[in-house]
Design a protein around this ligand. Structure first.
Ligand code: HEC
Length: 99
């Protein structure tokens, strides 16, 4: 019986660990929101980003974020995070656009 309990505990902690890992691969909404507020709304309103959501290819997003990064010296990790946040969104996504 003891072994069963121990192995169930082991298995579930492994499962939890996996779920946690999978989640951290793409940044969650709160992380995205704070990145966008911190790095992307200092010079212009979020509407500027809102208007083009879902209209850019991955390469176009990388180019835009790189250009913004050049204005503001964003490091690669920050640019990559913002890219993963913005590229999957479609037009008018409430994460960027005001409700
Ligand atoms: C240092 C000021 C500054 C910061 C910070 C900034 N931008 Fe911009 N952004 C600009 C200026 C200036 C323009 C207009 C000129 C241009 O398009 O390069 C612009 C234009 C844009 C446009 C419209 C043009 C296009 O290519 O679609 C988008 C989208 C955009 N910014 C997104 C972002 C995102 C996302 C971030 C955060 C990573 C960001 N901006 C941070 C200054 C900034």
């Amino acid at each position: 019986m003891k072994y069963v309990v121990v192995s169930v505990m082991l298995l579930s902690s492994l499962l939890l660990f996996n779920v946690f890992q999978a989640k951290s691969a793409s940044p969650d909404e709160e992380v995205c929101k704070s990145y966008i507020v911190m790095f992307c709304t200092r010079c212009h309103k979020p509407e500027r980003i809102c208007k083009v959501l879902g209209t850019k290819t991955d390469d176009q997003w990388r180019a835009t974020i790189k250009r913004m990064g050049d204005y503001d010296e964003l490091d690669k990790q920050t640019r990559d995070t913002i890219f993963s946040c913005l590229s999957p969104l479609s037009l008018k996504d409430p994460m960027v656009c005001r409700k």
